[in-house]
Design a protein around this ligand. Structure first.
Ligand code: HSE
Length: 334
């Protein structure tokens, strides 16, 4: 059987999810793809903190190990923040390696640049995991809607905020209690203010705008309001009227320019995202041929995000097998 080696950058919630799922589902992946995948190197900031992690891989802080190893074909990145992720991925692409990222902040800032670099180096970038966890929204927009013009997207894009608002509503937890639970469950970012202040949803929305419209709004013009000022009292009052507060992210092309907003909104029962609860994300699309449709799925946590990264991995491997070429021109940008 053909064997490939990959590197994993980061061993937090998502990195561990990728490692575990690749290990647990090794046989299924080998049977489906006819390829054996070996995680050869795991790059982390502090290897000494991961001694208890039982990995059949080199755990190192030295990223150069990855660049220097020509047998590593694909780099899976699950680090927090723009750097060193952007530098690592740029260098990987320049070394002819495909890359797969879950890093929304980095990709919202540098996605366009990385896609151009990948194109020039004839490698692929998978970034499904940057947006809406396990929902295959990037593939849906990029591959399944080639002819439709998607005119508007409304999304619940942050699992932590949705979980917090849901727990406040269903169990009358305070904001702080609900957020603590979201952290315990591995939904929240290392700095949860990224979730509750709307930054995380904003980055995901900018990535979606880039995919849908090949452009992003001027960031400073986008309203970004989080959920930290939503009180239990407000949630309960709206609940009594069959209304729910959700953190909505919307982007729409208006007069040739994308207009976007991230803010809590009160939804009535007829809204397509009304029933999206807990750590689930929901995305409501409006297309000029298809009409409207709603996608939902778990938006946070180790497994949904690992799922998105592993499906990207499978797509890249399938493309390589189909064309019998080691590397492909990226198909990920319109
Ligand atoms: N903290 C993020 C969320 C994780 O809650 O949605 C997934 O991107």
């Amino acid at each position: 059987m053909k064997k490939i080696q990959v590197a994993l950058l980061g061993l937090g919630t998502v990195g561990k999810g990728v490692y575990q799922n690749l290990t647990v589902h090794r046989k299924r992946i080998e049977e489906k793809l006819g390829i054996s995948i070996d995680i050869a190197v795991i790059v982390v900031k502090h290897p000494e903190k991961h001694q208890a992690f039982e990995a059949n891989a080199l755990i190192t802080s030295d990223f150069q190990t990855v660049l220097d190893n020509p047998s590593i074909d694909i780099v899976l990145e699950a680090i927090v923040g723009k750097e060193p992720a952007f530098t690592y991925l740029s260098q990987s692409i320049q070394a002819g390696k495909h890359v797969i990222t879950a890093n929304k902040e980095m990709f919202a800032h540098h996605g366009k640049q990385l896609l151009a670099l990948a194109n020039a180096n004839k490698v692929e970038i998978g970034f499904e995991a940057t947006t809406a966890g396990g929902i295959p929204i990037i593939q849906t927009l990029n591959q399944l809607f080639q002819v439709n013009g998607i005119t508007k997207l409304t999304g619940i894009l942050n699992g932590t905020s949705n979980y917090v608002l849901t727990e406040m509503r269903l169990r009358q937890l305070t904001f702080e209690q609900a957020l603590h639970q979201a952290q315990q469950l591995g939904y929240a970012e290392a700095d949860p203010s990224n979730d509750i202040d709307g930054h995380d949803a904003f980055y995901k929305l900018m990535i979606l705008s880039q995919v849908m419209f090949n452009t992003q709004p001027e960031w400073s013009q986008v309203e970004r309001t989080g959920i930290s000022s939503v009180t239990l009292n407000q949630v309960v009052r709206h609940q009594a009227k069959q209304e729910r507060i959700k953190l909505l992210a919307t982007v729409e092309m208006i007069n040739g320019a994308p207009q976007a907003k991230v803010a809590p909104e009160v939804l009535t029962a007829d809204h397509p995202l009304y029933t999206i609860d807990g750590a689930y994300n929901g995305i409501f699309l409006e297309g000029d041929i298809v009409g409207t449709l709603t996608l939902s799925g778990l938006g946070a946590g180790a497994h949904p995000t690992a799922s998105a990264m592993l499906e990207d991995l499978a797509i890249i491997l399938r493309h390589g097998e189909a064309t019998k070429r080691p590397y492909l021109v990226s198909t990920t940008s319109r």
